[in-house]
Write a new protein. Structure first.
Length: 121
């Protein structure tokens, strides 16, 4: 699977990823399949062609088929996690940002662009 575009969203303070996604008003194409982690459980209401892992019911266990489905989904998601790892190498994402906050979006998207250029070569 190839990552087509890496673009970053950011907010002030600690904001859950899904809340940041909902407030960013990012729109996906209708034919684009979104594969998200368990933190995005309500994304199906926003984008019909999306998949998240099956969560374990309280006090119960997942069936073997559900575990297999989660494992297959996570095999697709690992490429995104590798991108996150590579972007965190540029300490802008993993440490406290201490420069001008109005330039944070520009700098983080430039780093994403550098990474996109690196994987394209």
């Amino acid at each position: 699977m190839k990552v087509e575009k890496a673009c970053l969203g950011h907010g002030l303070g600690r904001i859950h990823d899904f809340r940041l996604f909902k407030t960013s008003n990012v729109k996906f194409g209708e034919l684009l399949k979104v594969i998200a982690d368990k933190g995005y459980q309500g994304i199906k209401k926003i984008h019909q062609l999306s998949e998240t892992p099956i969560t374990k019911p309280k006090g119960k266990k997942l069936t073997k088929d559900q575990k297999k489905s989660n494992r297959e989904l996570n095999r697709l998601r690992i490429t995104v996690e590798h991108v996150n790892r590579r972007l965190k190498i540029f300490k802008i994402l993993s440490d406290r940002y201490r420069n001008r906050h109005r330039r944070f979006g520009l700098k983080s998207n430039l780093i994403a662009g550098i990474y996109h250029h690196e994987i394209a070569i």
